[in-house]
Design a binder for this molecule. Sequence first.
Ligand SMILES: Nc1ncnc2c1ncn2[C@@H]1O[C@H](COP(=O)(O)OP(=O)(O)OP(=O)(O)O)[C@@H](O)[C@H]1O
Length: 358
Amino acid sequence: MKKNLRFKNNINSDSNNQNRNFNQRKQPKEVIFDLQDDYNRIPNDMQQPKSLHPNGWQPSKNNEVPDYIEPIHNNILEKETAKQHQDVDNLVSQFIPDYHEKVAVELKNVSLSFKISNDKIDNLKEYVIRTIKRNKEKSRKFKALDNVSFKIYQGEKVGVIGFNGAGKSTLLKIVSGVYDCDSGEVTTNGIIAPLLSLGAGFDYNYSGKDNIFLNGAILGYTEKFLKSKYNEIVEFSELEEFINFPVKNYSSGMLAKLGFSIATVVNPDILIIDEILSVGDVKFQKKSNDKLKSLMGSGTTVLLVSHSIQQIRNICDKALWINEGKVVAFDEVNKVCDAYLKAAQSASKDQLKNISLE
Ligand SMILES: Nc1ncnc2c1ncn2[C@@H]1O[C@H](COP(=O)(O)OP(=O)(O)OP(=O)(O)O)[C@@H](O)[C@H]1O
């Protein structure tokens, strides 16, 4: 029995050109598999009698399908599908030697819980009374990410979508290394530029200059690297005159400018963006958008959280839909966005706050 199997990953005939551009992978090649041969390779004790094999089975004379047929049929199909995926992976790795090394971000069964207080102590008197009575604040654990697994290949642009509180920002923080997961495994390959909450890592009592080194160190840049890039950062931020002032005297726009300039001074392999912000004044907004566009250029892996579905469709080629800390879907961007919009029709107002379904 021959069966055509749609092969998701592109085998590029030029083995030197291993850029995993998702657009290239939109035209799948077809690989012919001999399923009968696969079936014969299933250990004997797992094989169903030939007569029960879905393709060899004959209906009884009165055309009634015995009850036991369907589970057997499904079981065999499941095994065949899993086996085909494995075969495809093995086949591709023969053509592309570092096929398995081209992963930019991989999460395997990642979970993270936050401790949440049930009853908040909001004054000192209550705190003292509770401490004396040894009646501690009650807290419970809240699972923000629950067994999340996915694999992003280099060069892919992935939009992360989900209703309010779904776990999108937490996921980006896990990938950026801001949070450690409770269980599971996080793998990233390459230099990461995380554009999370700009200016979040600043110490307000220090000057802009000191914060370039402080914030840069938090982002994982070395002192030597920051020294070599110091002038570039200051020039891009347009804060030359104010760089020796404590940042507590900066406006929020100035803080955002400095934060953006520090985070984007690297040429990242992986760009992580929690909402594309309009940073600073109109002139700086244009400059920062141009910079983002150039950083997002070919070859850079992008992980973007956005409440604008249109923005996700425009920028990304895949979408990861998270709901209540779990992966709902991870697939081609329009397919996932369409399903998400359908689900949004029955979502509550709270779940959709600030979310643009346009
Ligand atoms: N530091 C924290 N401590 C306790 N709970 C937290 C913390 N950070 C996030 N949470 C909770 O974890 C859940 C996921 O939060 P997260 O910010 O990742 O969601 P989100 O999908 O980005 O939401 P939104 O779209 O509203 O920004 C929320 O219920 C949030 O209240």
